[in-house]
Design a protein around this ligand. Structure first.
Ligand SMILES: [Zn+2]
Length: 418
């Protein structure tokens, strides 16, 4: 993409936010607020969010998930049947349509998935199945901490269906492992916390919580790499405290704050029972379908990545073995976009993929402004075409951390490829 042809929304004026991460997201031009608890994503922000979603979808597909799309706008009937109408912690948006029928904006989709499969899942041979979607959810929550608690947000939600509890246990573990791989791939530091089921119901659940400086819950966690032991102030388990020895690895537990980025539930028959969703078994009997429910907060992941990795110059997006979610993989920064330098910059733009690179061709920007904007966006590589290129023909390739190497123009695409 050419800097002269994209709208970046970067801003010097972003004061007044209670939260440093939201302030940076606004300053980097990733989001704009649309009133309390509502955010829109700009082209740069949407590029990051799209890359996060692709990472999640790849893992869900890899474990056998099938993508679906359920309506956000729903009639009362299925919520009345499950017993959650008017009983969703007062967070459900409800209203009447023009015909006086009660409707809602779905805060979750357990009822929806039961309705989707009703009549098509009938035999033990029709399960196990895992369905997922990436969709907007609506909850009339008290807005807090910018992107962490909003009235409309994007979630990847998934639901599994089973004939037996053993099958539910097996798939619960499978999705749990996939979640660990997703967060590792994105470069998010996280722990796993035993959690209450509250509004979802069911027999067991665990939260994935990212340790951060400013989060939405109190967290006591083990700092040992990949140990992942933690408890929050909402956990049933209150036996662990800061300074205690970690029960798993023997390390020391620390106190901090956390952001809930994912949640997995064994729902059992909480939703299949009231809907009469059953399967016939091999011995001729009938039993209610066992269900699991699995969620990842997509917007929260963007917030968490900024929170865990940003520095004084702006966003930083981790570069892991499988790539990065940065809005652009490479910034091409010519000293002046003119003459042979401009030709070389164009060549590099083509070689590295126009869609994934940002070419600073805008004549109104100084070199300093180009560097600052690239760092604010968190672009992991800058290819600088200046005096060194004129003299030697090598491009100065700089990481977001400031490490520099000199690389032949033809080799740049290999070095920075995701
Ligand atoms: Zn530990």
């Amino acid at each position: 993409m050419r800097r002269s042809e994209v709208t970046l929304f970067t801003s010097r004026e972003s004061e007044g936010w209670e939260n440093d991460t939201v302030q940076l997201a606004v300053r980097a031009g990733l989001v704009r607020q649309f009133g309390s608890g509502l955010f829109g994503f700009t082209p740069s922000g949407q590029r990051v969010r799209r890359n996060v979603v692709r990472t999640i979808e790849a893992e869900m597909d890899a474990i056998g998930g099938q993508a679906v799309s359920l309506p956000s706008l729903q009639h009362k009937a299925i919520w009345k049947q499950s017993g959650r109408w008017g009983n969703f912690e007062d967070e459900m948006f409800t209203f009447e349509n023009r015909d006086g029928q009660a409707m809602c904006l779905a805060p979750s989709h357990e009822e929806g998935i039961v309705h989707l499969v009703d009549g098509f899942v009938r035999s033990y041979e029709d399960v196990p199945r895992l369905f997922y979607q990436v969709a907007r959810k609506h909850r009339d929550d008290h807005p807090r901490n910018g992107l962490l608690r909003t009235k409309e947000f994007t979630m990847k939600d998934a639901y599994s269906l089973h004939a037996t509890e053993e099958s539910l246990d097996e798939w619960y573990a499978r999705v749990r492992d996939a979640y660990c791989r997703i967060f590792d791939t994105l470069g998010i530091d996280f722990v796993v916390v035993d959690a209450e089921n509250s509004v979802m119901g069911g027999s067991a659940s665990e939260e994935f919580v990212a340790p951060v400086e400013t989060g939405s819950s109190e967290l006591v966690f083990c700092e040992t790499d990949r140990c992942r032991v933690g408890v929050t102030d909402e956990s049933d388990d209150t036996s662990l405290a800061a300074g205690d020895t970690c029960p798993v690895c023997g390390g020391t537990l620390t106190a901090g704050e956390g952001i809930e980025i994912g949640h997995v539930f064994k729902l059992g028959t909480r939703y299949s029972d009231p809907a009469g969703l059953t399967v016939d078994t091999a011995d001729g009997s009938t039993r209610p379908v066992q269900m699991g429910s699995y969620g990842i907060g997509v917007d929260r992941l963007v917030h968490t990545l900024i929170e865990q990795h940003a520095d004084g110059d702006g966003c930083q997006w981790p570069v892991t073995a499988t790539g990065t979610v940065a809005p652009y993989a490479l910034a091409i920064v010519p000293l002046d976009y003119d003459g042979e330098i401009a030709q070389a910059a164009d060549r590099l733009h083509d070689a590295c993929g126009r869609e994934e690179t940002l070419l600073f061709d805008d004549p109104d920007q100084t070199i300093g402004e180009r560097f600052a904007e690239s760092d604010l966006l968190g672009i992991p590589w800058k290819a600088v075409l200046g005096n060194n290129f004129r003299e030697t023909g090598d491009v100065e390739l700089e990481t977001r951390d400031g490490d520099t190497q000199f690389v032949e123009l033809e080799q740049i695409a290999d070095v920075v490829s995701r």
